[in-house]
Design a protein around this ligand. Structure first.
Ligand SMILES: Cc1ncc(COP(=O)(O)O)c(C=O)c1O
Length: 461
Protein backbone atom coordinates (compact mmCIF):
# COMPACT_ATOMS: atom_id res chain seq x y z
CA UNK A 1 0.00 0.00 0.00
CA UNK A 2 1.61 3.32 -1.03
CA UNK A 3 2.35 5.68 1.85
CA UNK A 4 1.31 9.32 1.90
CA UNK A 5 4.10 11.02 3.85
CA UNK A 6 2.61 14.48 3.52
CA UNK A 7 -0.74 13.70 5.08
CA UNK A 8 0.26 11.07 7.65
CA UNK A 9 2.39 13.40 9.74
CA UNK A 10 5.23 10.85 9.39
CA UNK A 11 8.51 12.41 8.38
CA UNK A 12 10.63 10.72 5.77
CA UNK A 13 13.97 10.13 7.43
CA UNK A 14 16.74 11.34 5.14
CA UNK A 15 20.29 12.03 6.10
CA UNK A 16 21.83 13.72 3.07
CA UNK A 17 25.61 13.72 2.85
CA UNK A 18 26.25 17.29 1.69
CA UNK A 19 29.93 16.80 0.82
CA UNK A 20 29.28 17.34 -2.93
CA UNK A 21 26.72 20.12 -2.37
CA UNK A 22 23.33 20.22 -0.64
CA UNK A 23 21.24 19.53 -3.70
CA UNK A 24 23.44 16.65 -4.90
CA UNK A 25 23.43 15.16 -1.41
CA UNK A 26 19.65 15.32 -1.22
CA UNK A 27 19.28 13.77 -4.68
CA UNK A 28 21.59 10.93 -3.65
CA UNK A 29 19.66 10.29 -0.44
CA UNK A 30 16.33 10.25 -2.29
CA UNK A 31 17.63 7.91 -4.98
CA UNK A 32 18.95 5.57 -2.30
CA UNK A 33 15.60 5.62 -0.47
CA UNK A 34 13.83 4.60 -3.69
CA UNK A 35 16.40 2.00 -4.74
CA UNK A 36 16.31 0.30 -1.37
CA UNK A 37 12.51 0.29 -1.34
CA UNK A 38 12.12 2.61 1.69
CA UNK A 39 10.11 4.79 -0.66
CA UNK A 40 7.89 2.50 -2.72
CA UNK A 41 6.28 3.15 -6.13
CA UNK A 42 3.16 5.28 -5.58
CA UNK A 43 4.32 6.81 -2.26
CA UNK A 44 3.77 10.55 -1.99
CA UNK A 45 6.98 12.32 -0.99
CA UNK A 46 6.86 15.23 1.47
CA UNK A 47 6.00 18.64 0.08
CA UNK A 48 9.02 20.76 -0.84
CA UNK A 49 8.06 23.14 1.98
CA UNK A 50 7.92 20.35 4.59
CA UNK A 51 11.15 18.67 3.52
CA UNK A 52 12.99 22.00 3.28
CA UNK A 53 11.92 22.84 6.84
CA UNK A 54 12.81 19.36 8.13
CA UNK A 55 16.29 19.30 6.59
CA UNK A 56 16.95 23.04 7.04
CA UNK A 57 17.48 23.48 3.31
CA UNK A 58 16.07 26.16 1.04
CA UNK A 59 12.85 25.28 -0.71
CA UNK A 60 14.58 25.98 -4.06
CA UNK A 61 17.17 23.25 -3.29
CA UNK A 62 14.45 20.69 -2.58
CA UNK A 63 12.47 21.71 -5.69
CA UNK A 64 15.61 21.41 -7.85
CA UNK A 65 16.34 17.94 -6.41
CA UNK A 66 12.73 16.81 -7.07
CA UNK A 67 12.92 18.16 -10.64
CA UNK A 68 16.16 16.26 -11.24
CA UNK A 69 14.68 13.00 -9.91
CA UNK A 70 11.57 13.54 -12.00
CA UNK A 71 13.76 13.98 -15.09
CA UNK A 72 15.52 10.71 -14.22
CA UNK A 73 12.21 8.87 -13.92
CA UNK A 74 12.29 8.28 -10.14
CA UNK A 75 9.55 10.77 -9.28
CA UNK A 76 6.41 11.89 -11.03
CA UNK A 77 4.19 14.85 -10.37
CA UNK A 78 0.47 14.13 -10.28
CA UNK A 79 -1.51 17.33 -10.76
CA UNK A 80 -3.52 18.03 -7.62
CA UNK A 81 -1.95 15.28 -5.53
CA UNK A 82 1.71 16.18 -5.21
CA UNK A 83 4.90 14.40 -6.13
CA UNK A 84 5.05 10.62 -5.94
CA UNK A 85 7.57 7.88 -6.47
CA UNK A 86 7.06 6.75 -10.08
CA UNK A 87 5.24 3.44 -10.48
CA UNK A 88 8.06 2.39 -12.78
CA UNK A 89 10.86 3.30 -10.33
CA UNK A 90 11.77 -0.20 -9.25
CA UNK A 91 13.94 -0.95 -6.25
CA UNK A 92 17.23 -2.50 -7.40
CA UNK A 93 16.56 -6.19 -8.06
CA UNK A 94 17.91 -8.38 -5.33
CA UNK A 95 17.08 -11.79 -6.81
CA UNK A 96 17.70 -13.44 -10.19
CA UNK A 97 15.89 -12.05 -13.27
CA UNK A 98 12.56 -13.64 -14.18
CA UNK A 99 12.90 -16.82 -16.20
CA UNK A 100 11.99 -16.58 -19.91
CA UNK A 101 8.32 -16.20 -20.69
CA UNK A 102 7.25 -15.10 -17.22
CA UNK A 103 5.78 -11.64 -16.97
CA UNK A 104 7.05 -8.29 -18.18
CA UNK A 105 10.67 -7.92 -19.29
CA UNK A 106 12.99 -6.41 -16.68
CA UNK A 107 14.81 -4.38 -19.36
CA UNK A 108 13.18 -2.97 -22.49
CA UNK A 109 15.27 -1.84 -25.47
CA UNK A 110 12.55 -2.28 -28.10
CA UNK A 111 12.39 0.62 -30.57
CA UNK A 112 9.36 2.82 -31.12
CA UNK A 113 8.81 5.01 -28.12
CA UNK A 114 10.28 7.99 -26.32
CA UNK A 115 11.14 8.12 -22.60
CA UNK A 116 7.61 8.30 -21.23
CA UNK A 117 8.77 9.62 -17.86
CA UNK A 118 9.88 12.77 -19.70
CA UNK A 119 6.39 13.59 -21.02
CA UNK A 120 5.96 17.36 -20.39
CA UNK A 121 2.98 16.87 -18.07
CA UNK A 122 3.20 20.32 -16.50
CA UNK A 123 3.27 22.13 -19.83
CA UNK A 124 0.45 19.90 -21.12
CA UNK A 125 -1.60 20.73 -18.04
CA UNK A 126 -0.98 24.48 -18.40
CA UNK A 127 -2.07 24.32 -22.06
CA UNK A 128 -5.11 22.21 -21.15
CA UNK A 129 -6.18 24.79 -18.56
CA UNK A 130 -5.84 27.62 -21.07
CA UNK A 131 -7.70 25.66 -23.75
CA UNK A 132 -10.61 24.73 -21.48
CA UNK A 133 -10.90 28.27 -20.16
CA UNK A 134 -11.07 29.75 -23.64
CA UNK A 135 -12.70 27.06 -25.84
CA UNK A 136 -15.96 28.22 -27.41
CA UNK A 137 -18.94 25.78 -27.27
CA UNK A 138 -18.38 24.81 -30.92
CA UNK A 139 -15.06 23.24 -29.90
CA UNK A 140 -17.16 20.38 -28.47
CA UNK A 141 -19.11 19.84 -31.69
CA UNK A 142 -18.13 17.81 -34.72
CA UNK A 143 -15.96 19.89 -37.01
CA UNK A 144 -13.79 19.91 -40.12
CA UNK A 145 -12.50 16.39 -40.92
CA UNK A 146 -9.09 17.99 -41.58
CA UNK A 147 -8.89 18.89 -37.89
CA UNK A 148 -8.95 22.05 -35.78
CA UNK A 149 -7.89 25.23 -37.62
CA UNK A 150 -5.85 26.31 -34.57
CA UNK A 151 -3.65 23.20 -34.79
CA UNK A 152 -3.34 23.33 -38.57
CA UNK A 153 -2.18 26.96 -38.36
CA UNK A 154 0.27 26.21 -35.51
CA UNK A 155 1.70 23.21 -37.39
CA UNK A 156 2.08 25.16 -40.64
CA UNK A 157 4.26 27.67 -38.76
CA UNK A 158 6.21 25.05 -36.81
CA UNK A 159 6.83 22.67 -39.73
CA UNK A 160 7.95 25.52 -42.01
CA UNK A 161 10.32 26.85 -39.36
CA UNK A 162 11.69 23.63 -37.85
CA UNK A 163 11.48 21.09 -40.68
CA UNK A 164 11.57 23.17 -43.89
CA UNK A 165 8.12 21.90 -44.90
CA UNK A 166 6.14 23.91 -47.43
CA UNK A 167 2.98 24.00 -45.32
CA UNK A 168 -0.34 25.72 -45.85
CA UNK A 169 -2.95 25.14 -43.08
CA UNK A 170 -5.58 24.35 -45.74
CA UNK A 171 -3.49 21.42 -46.98
CA UNK A 172 -2.97 19.87 -43.55
CA UNK A 173 -5.07 16.94 -42.29
CA UNK A 174 -4.76 15.92 -38.64
CA UNK A 175 -4.94 12.17 -38.04
CA UNK A 176 -4.83 9.75 -35.12
CA UNK A 177 -1.28 8.53 -35.68
CA UNK A 178 0.99 7.87 -38.65
CA UNK A 179 -0.49 4.39 -38.98
CA UNK A 180 -3.86 6.00 -39.72
CA UNK A 181 -2.21 8.56 -42.03
CA UNK A 182 -0.67 5.73 -44.04
CA UNK A 183 -3.95 3.77 -44.12
CA UNK A 184 -5.90 6.79 -45.39
CA UNK A 185 -3.30 7.47 -48.10
CA UNK A 186 -3.25 3.81 -49.16
CA UNK A 187 -7.05 3.85 -49.39
CA UNK A 188 -7.09 7.03 -51.49
CA UNK A 189 -4.26 5.87 -53.77
CA UNK A 190 -5.88 2.45 -54.29
CA UNK A 191 -9.19 4.20 -55.03
CA UNK A 192 -7.58 6.27 -57.74
CA UNK A 193 -6.03 3.33 -59.56
CA UNK A 194 -2.63 2.82 -57.86
CA UNK A 195 -1.87 -0.90 -57.63
CA UNK A 196 1.62 -0.96 -56.10
CA UNK A 197 3.54 1.03 -53.50
CA UNK A 198 7.32 0.96 -53.16
CA UNK A 199 8.42 0.48 -49.55
CA UNK A 200 11.90 0.51 -48.09
CA UNK A 201 13.56 -2.88 -47.61
CA UNK A 202 14.25 -3.33 -44.72
CA UNK A 203 11.33 -1.37 -43.37
CA UNK A 204 8.61 -1.24 -40.73
CA UNK A 205 6.68 -4.55 -40.76
CA UNK A 206 3.51 -3.01 -39.30
CA UNK A 207 3.40 -0.35 -42.00
CA UNK A 208 3.68 -3.04 -44.69
CA UNK A 209 0.61 -4.70 -43.14
CA UNK A 210 -1.31 -1.41 -43.18
CA UNK A 211 -0.59 -1.02 -46.92
CA UNK A 212 -1.40 -4.66 -47.73
CA UNK A 213 -4.84 -4.30 -46.14
CA UNK A 214 -5.74 -2.02 -49.03
CA UNK A 215 -4.78 -4.75 -51.51
CA UNK A 216 -1.76 -2.83 -52.73
CA UNK A 217 1.28 -4.76 -53.92
CA UNK A 218 4.53 -3.86 -52.20
CA UNK A 219 7.57 -3.24 -54.41
CA UNK A 220 10.77 -3.46 -52.31
CA UNK A 221 12.89 -0.31 -52.42
CA UNK A 222 16.41 -1.50 -51.47
CA UNK A 223 18.24 0.55 -48.86
CA UNK A 224 22.02 0.98 -48.52
CA UNK A 225 24.25 3.45 -46.63
CA UNK A 226 22.90 6.32 -48.75
CA UNK A 227 19.26 5.46 -48.01
CA UNK A 228 16.64 4.16 -50.47
CA UNK A 229 17.46 3.68 -54.16
CA UNK A 230 15.28 5.49 -56.69
CA UNK A 231 15.07 2.83 -59.43
CA UNK A 232 12.07 0.73 -58.33
CA UNK A 233 9.89 3.85 -57.92
CA UNK A 234 9.27 3.54 -61.68
CA UNK A 235 7.35 0.30 -61.05
CA UNK A 236 4.97 1.77 -58.44
CA UNK A 237 2.52 4.66 -58.31
CA UNK A 238 3.79 5.72 -54.89
CA UNK A 239 6.66 5.21 -52.44
CA UNK A 240 6.94 5.37 -48.66
CA UNK A 241 10.28 6.76 -47.46
CA UNK A 242 11.94 7.70 -44.16
CA UNK A 243 14.47 10.23 -45.56
CA UNK A 244 15.73 11.89 -42.35
CA UNK A 245 16.51 8.61 -40.56
CA UNK A 246 15.73 5.39 -42.39
CA UNK A 247 13.82 2.90 -40.30
CA UNK A 248 15.50 0.63 -39.23
CA UNK A 249 19.03 1.14 -40.71
CA UNK A 250 19.34 4.78 -39.59
CA UNK A 251 20.76 5.97 -42.94
CA UNK A 252 20.08 9.57 -44.01
CA UNK A 253 18.89 9.86 -47.60
CA UNK A 254 21.83 11.21 -49.64
CA UNK A 255 21.26 14.51 -51.50
CA UNK A 256 21.79 12.76 -54.90
CA UNK A 257 19.15 10.19 -53.97
CA UNK A 258 16.78 12.94 -52.79
CA UNK A 259 17.13 14.62 -56.18
CA UNK A 260 16.76 11.33 -58.08
CA UNK A 261 13.63 10.31 -56.18
CA UNK A 262 11.83 13.64 -56.54
CA UNK A 263 12.85 13.86 -60.24
CA UNK A 264 11.38 10.42 -60.81
CA UNK A 265 8.18 11.34 -58.97
CA UNK A 266 7.84 14.47 -61.12
CA UNK A 267 8.49 12.51 -64.32
CA UNK A 268 6.08 9.65 -63.56
CA UNK A 269 3.43 11.44 -61.46
CA UNK A 270 4.18 9.07 -58.55
CA UNK A 271 3.44 10.21 -54.98
CA UNK A 272 6.15 10.05 -52.33
CA UNK A 273 5.01 9.64 -48.72
CA UNK A 274 7.67 11.07 -46.39
CA UNK A 275 7.45 9.47 -42.94
CA UNK A 276 9.25 12.05 -40.77
CA UNK A 277 8.75 10.12 -37.53
CA UNK A 278 11.87 11.27 -35.66
CA UNK A 279 13.29 14.04 -37.88
CA UNK A 280 13.58 16.50 -34.98
CA UNK A 281 16.29 14.39 -33.39
CA UNK A 282 19.56 14.98 -35.22
CA UNK A 283 22.72 15.06 -33.13
CA UNK A 284 25.72 15.89 -35.30
CA UNK A 285 24.31 18.99 -37.02
CA UNK A 286 21.04 20.75 -37.75
CA UNK A 287 18.16 18.42 -38.60
CA UNK A 288 18.03 17.61 -42.32
CA UNK A 289 15.13 19.52 -43.88
CA UNK A 290 12.10 17.63 -45.13
CA UNK A 291 12.12 16.19 -48.66
CA UNK A 292 8.66 17.70 -49.10
CA UNK A 293 10.16 21.22 -49.08
CA UNK A 294 11.87 20.46 -52.40
CA UNK A 295 8.83 18.98 -54.19
CA UNK A 296 5.60 19.94 -52.38
CA UNK A 297 3.44 18.98 -55.37
CA UNK A 298 4.66 15.36 -55.30
CA UNK A 299 5.57 14.61 -51.69
CA UNK A 300 3.13 14.04 -48.83
CA UNK A 301 4.77 15.04 -45.54
CA UNK A 302 3.69 12.81 -42.63
CA UNK A 303 4.57 13.81 -39.06
CA UNK A 304 3.56 12.48 -35.64
CA UNK A 305 3.66 13.42 -31.95
CA UNK A 306 4.47 9.81 -31.06
CA UNK A 307 8.25 10.39 -30.73
CA UNK A 308 8.34 14.02 -29.61
CA UNK A 309 5.60 13.63 -26.96
CA UNK A 310 3.95 10.21 -26.54
CA UNK A 311 2.45 7.53 -28.80
CA UNK A 312 -0.71 7.27 -26.68
CA UNK A 313 -1.76 10.78 -27.70
CA UNK A 314 -2.55 9.43 -31.18
CA UNK A 315 -1.88 12.78 -32.84
CA UNK A 316 -0.28 13.04 -36.26
CA UNK A 317 -0.49 15.21 -39.37
CA UNK A 318 -0.27 15.14 -43.14
CA UNK A 319 0.76 18.03 -45.38
CA UNK A 320 -0.70 17.14 -48.76
CA UNK A 321 -0.30 18.19 -52.39
CA UNK A 322 -3.43 20.16 -53.36
CA UNK A 323 -5.02 17.32 -55.38
CA UNK A 324 -4.98 14.92 -52.40
CA UNK A 325 -6.54 17.22 -49.79
CA UNK A 326 -10.18 16.61 -50.63
CA UNK A 327 -9.97 12.80 -51.07
CA UNK A 328 -7.89 12.33 -47.89
CA UNK A 329 -10.22 14.59 -45.87
CA UNK A 330 -13.19 12.58 -47.17
CA UNK A 331 -11.51 9.26 -46.24
CA UNK A 332 -10.83 10.68 -42.77
CA UNK A 333 -14.46 11.83 -42.40
CA UNK A 334 -15.70 8.35 -43.29
CA UNK A 335 -13.16 6.69 -40.98
CA UNK A 336 -13.94 8.58 -37.75
CA UNK A 337 -15.30 12.11 -38.53
CA UNK A 338 -12.09 13.68 -37.23
CA UNK A 339 -9.41 13.24 -34.58
CA UNK A 340 -10.60 14.26 -31.12
CA UNK A 341 -10.55 18.04 -30.77
CA UNK A 342 -9.35 18.76 -27.24
CA UNK A 343 -5.98 17.08 -27.73
CA UNK A 344 -5.57 19.02 -30.96
CA UNK A 345 -6.27 22.32 -29.19
CA UNK A 346 -3.83 21.50 -26.40
CA UNK A 347 -1.10 20.65 -28.90
CA UNK A 348 -1.83 23.90 -30.79
CA UNK A 349 -1.35 25.83 -27.54
CA UNK A 350 1.85 23.90 -26.72
CA UNK A 351 3.28 24.79 -30.15
CA UNK A 352 2.01 28.38 -30.04
CA UNK A 353 3.65 29.06 -26.67
CA UNK A 354 6.90 27.37 -27.84
CA UNK A 355 6.67 24.85 -24.98
CA UNK A 356 6.79 22.19 -27.73
CA UNK A 357 10.08 23.59 -29.10
CA UNK A 358 11.55 23.72 -25.61
CA UNK A 359 10.53 20.13 -24.94
CA UNK A 360 12.02 18.92 -28.24
CA UNK A 361 15.28 20.76 -27.52
CA UNK A 362 15.56 19.29 -24.02
CA UNK A 363 14.70 15.81 -25.34
CA UNK A 364 17.36 16.09 -28.04
CA UNK A 365 19.99 16.75 -25.40
CA UNK A 366 18.80 13.86 -23.23
CA UNK A 367 18.70 11.36 -26.09
CA UNK A 368 22.05 12.52 -27.38
CA UNK A 369 23.57 11.61 -24.01
CA UNK A 370 21.89 8.20 -24.14
CA UNK A 371 23.11 7.61 -27.68
CA UNK A 372 26.68 8.54 -26.69
CA UNK A 373 26.51 6.19 -23.70
CA UNK A 374 25.21 3.34 -25.90
CA UNK A 375 27.88 3.84 -28.58
CA UNK A 376 30.70 4.24 -26.00
CA UNK A 377 29.61 1.27 -23.89
CA UNK A 378 29.32 -1.06 -26.88
CA UNK A 379 32.67 0.13 -28.26
CA UNK A 380 34.37 -0.62 -24.93
CA UNK A 381 32.60 -3.79 -23.91
CA UNK A 382 31.42 -5.48 -27.13
CA UNK A 383 33.84 -4.25 -29.81
CA UNK A 384 32.94 -7.06 -32.25
CA UNK A 385 29.46 -5.62 -33.01
CA UNK A 386 28.97 -2.76 -35.47
CA UNK A 387 26.75 0.16 -34.44
CA UNK A 388 25.20 2.24 -37.21
CA UNK A 389 22.55 4.87 -37.88
CA UNK A 390 23.20 6.91 -34.74
CA UNK A 391 23.48 10.41 -36.23
CA UNK A 392 19.77 10.89 -35.61
CA UNK A 393 16.60 9.43 -34.13
CA UNK A 394 15.92 7.31 -31.09
CA UNK A 395 17.27 3.94 -32.17
CA UNK A 396 20.54 2.39 -33.35
CA UNK A 397 21.17 -0.65 -35.49
CA UNK A 398 23.61 -3.11 -33.90
CA UNK A 399 24.94 -5.56 -36.49
CA UNK A 400 26.32 -8.95 -35.45
CA UNK A 401 29.58 -10.27 -36.90
CA UNK A 402 29.44 -13.23 -39.30
CA UNK A 403 30.31 -16.54 -37.70
CA UNK A 404 29.31 -15.64 -34.13
CA UNK A 405 26.00 -16.34 -32.40
CA UNK A 406 23.05 -15.15 -34.50
CA UNK A 407 19.84 -13.34 -33.61
CA UNK A 408 18.05 -16.48 -32.41
CA UNK A 409 20.79 -17.49 -29.95
CA UNK A 410 21.10 -13.96 -28.60
CA UNK A 411 17.32 -13.62 -28.22
CA UNK A 412 17.33 -16.78 -26.12
CA UNK A 413 20.05 -15.37 -23.86
CA UNK A 414 18.20 -12.05 -23.67
CA UNK A 415 15.02 -13.80 -22.56
CA UNK A 416 16.82 -15.44 -19.65
CA UNK A 417 17.91 -11.97 -18.48
CA UNK A 418 14.45 -10.45 -18.99
CA UNK A 419 15.78 -8.21 -21.78
CA UNK A 420 13.36 -7.34 -24.63
CA UNK A 421 15.14 -6.88 -27.98
CA UNK A 422 13.93 -6.33 -31.55
CA UNK A 423 15.73 -8.51 -34.13
CA UNK A 424 16.46 -7.04 -37.54
CA UNK A 425 15.00 -10.14 -39.25
CA UNK A 426 11.43 -8.92 -38.64
CA UNK A 427 12.06 -5.93 -40.90
CA UNK A 428 12.76 -7.84 -44.13
CA UNK A 429 10.07 -9.16 -46.45
CA UNK A 430 12.40 -12.11 -46.99
CA UNK A 431 14.98 -12.34 -44.18
CA UNK A 432 17.00 -15.31 -45.45
CA UNK A 433 20.66 -14.52 -46.15
CA UNK A 434 20.36 -10.97 -44.76
CA UNK A 435 22.68 -9.37 -42.21
CA UNK A 436 21.68 -10.08 -38.63
CA UNK A 437 21.40 -7.64 -35.77
CA UNK A 438 19.12 -5.76 -33.41
CA UNK A 439 17.25 -2.47 -33.58
CA UNK A 440 18.00 -0.90 -30.20
CA UNK A 441 15.49 1.66 -28.95
CA UNK A 442 17.65 3.67 -26.56
CA UNK A 443 14.85 6.08 -25.67
CA UNK A 444 12.55 3.34 -24.37
CA UNK A 445 13.79 2.70 -20.79
CA UNK A 446 12.86 5.26 -18.18
CA UNK A 447 15.93 7.27 -17.16
CA UNK A 448 16.71 5.24 -14.04
CA UNK A 449 16.46 1.97 -15.95
CA UNK A 450 18.78 2.87 -18.85
CA UNK A 451 22.19 1.87 -17.47
CA UNK A 452 20.99 -1.52 -16.15
CA UNK A 453 19.43 -2.18 -19.59
CA UNK A 454 22.77 -1.39 -21.29
CA UNK A 455 24.56 -3.74 -18.89
CA UNK A 456 22.13 -6.49 -19.79
CA UNK A 457 22.62 -5.78 -23.51
CA UNK A 458 26.40 -5.97 -23.23
CA UNK A 459 26.25 -9.25 -21.36
CA UNK A 460 23.94 -10.96 -23.88
CA UNK A 461 25.95 -9.69 -26.86
C1 LIG B 1 9.07 4.24 -38.86
C2 LIG B 1 7.98 4.83 -37.99
N1 LIG B 1 7.12 5.69 -38.52
C3 LIG B 1 6.13 6.26 -37.78
C4 LIG B 1 5.96 5.94 -36.46
C5 LIG B 1 4.86 6.60 -35.66
O1 LIG B 1 3.69 5.90 -35.70
P1 LIG B 1 2.37 6.41 -34.97
O2 LIG B 1 2.24 7.90 -35.26
O3 LIG B 1 1.28 5.61 -35.60
O4 LIG B 1 2.51 6.16 -33.51
C6 LIG B 1 6.82 5.02 -35.88
C7 LIG B 1 6.62 4.66 -34.45
O5 LIG B 1 7.15 3.75 -33.92
C8 LIG B 1 7.86 4.45 -36.65
O6 LIG B 1 8.72 3.57 -36.13
Amino acid sequence: MPKDWSGSGVDLHLDPDTAGGRRTGLERALRAAIRTGRLAPGDTVPSTRALAAQLRLSRGTVTAAYDQLAAEGYLTTVPGSGTRVAETAQPAPTGPPSPPGTGEPVHDLLPGRPDLSAFPARAWLRSTRRVLAAAPPEAYALGDPRGRPELRAALAGYLGRARGVHADPDRIVITSGYAQSLGLLAEVLAGSGTTAIAMEEPGHPFHREVVRRHCLKIVPLPVDDLGARAGPLGRAGAAVLTPAHQYPTGATLHPDRRRALTARARATGATIIEDDYDGEFRYDRHPVGALQGTAPGHVVYAGTASKTLAPALRLAWLVLPAHLVEPVAEAKRLADAHTQSLGQLVLADLIGTHAYDRHVRASRLRYRRRRDLLAGTLRDRVPHVRVQGIAAGLHALVLLPDGGPGEAAILERAATRGLALMPLRDHWQNPSGRPQGFVIGYSTPLAAAYRPALDALCSVL
